[in-house]
Design a protein around this ligand. Structure first.
Ligand SMILES: [Zn+2]
Length: 245
């Protein structure tokens, strides 16, 4: 096997492992952030709703005071009804009484509405508190996982990075640059074996003459279509057999 191809295969395997490590970590910081945000938003909503409840209660007390004031005034009008001497006075008083009754109805409606509103808000607060607790539990777990993952992967990551540095130094610059370009463009797969007479990356057929050259591994060959580095698994197997002897 060509030295550089071997090194590129190793490099790709290291990059794959490193990516898996960063992927593991990649999710958790986002989860922590999302949960913290959700908790904050729900807490904010609860504060706003609690303030609305207090305002509603104050409004209800105002309406209750209004009702009792109007009731007192209305009683006076009703007592005065017995004392009137003219129709005009009588009509004026009954008009006042009718108006007072309407005012009381309006105030009572408002009390009912604000009470219903408060019930809804209290339900929302309760639901939010349950949600907050759930998010807090989730947050605690995510933080624990994150810390643990950082602890667990830290050593392995360092080791892989060290290995990578060593390999990278061995690979000629132009091949390394090509590798990086293809790795980024082709979803982390830059070196592929020949499979069933075709490129293991894009499945394009490889002519027999080129397959022979790949098998011989004297030069570095790439796929004409996808530009990935090509190698022969048969050649690797042969080599391993050779080492066994
Ligand atoms: Zn290809």
């Amino acid at each position: 096997m060509h030295k550089t191809i071997n090194q590129l295969i190793k490099l790709q395997s290291l990059d794959k492992k490193l990516k898996a490590l960063s992927d593991k970590l990649g999710d958790l910081p986002e989860t922590v952030k999302t949960l913290e945000y959700q908790i904050k938003e729900k807490q904010k909503e609860n504060i706003t709703n609690s303030e609305t409840i207090l305002a509603n209660e104050a409004e209800t007390r105002k309406n209750e005071a209004k009702i009792s004031d109007i009731t007192v005034a209305m009683k006076k009008y009703q007592e005065q009804l017995y004392l009137v001497t003219t129709n005009r006075e009588y009509d004026a008083l009954t008009a006042e009484i009718d108006f007072s009754k309407k005012e009381i109805l309006i105030a009572e409606d408002e009390i009912i509405k604000t009470e219903e509103n408060n019930e809804e808000l209290k339900e929302k607060i309760k639901a939010n508190e349950i949600g907050i607790q759930k998010s807090k539990d989730g947050l605690e777990n995510a933080k624990k996982d994150l810390d643990q993952t950082i602890k667990d992967t830290g050593a392995e990551k360092k080791e892989l990075e060290k290995e990578r540095e060593t390999i990278v130094e061995l690979i000629p610059k132009r091949y390394l640059n090509n590798y990086k370009r293809i790795y980024n463009a082709r979803n982390g797969i830059a070196v592929v074996p020949v499979k069933r007479n075709a490129c293991g990356g894009c499945n394009s057929t490889i002519i027999p003459q080129k397959r022979v050259e790949i098998y011989k591994s004297k030069t570095i060959l790439v796929c004409d279509v996808c530009n990935r580095f090509l190698y022969s698994e048969d050649a690797i197997n042969e080599e391993m057999k050779g080492e066994d002897k």
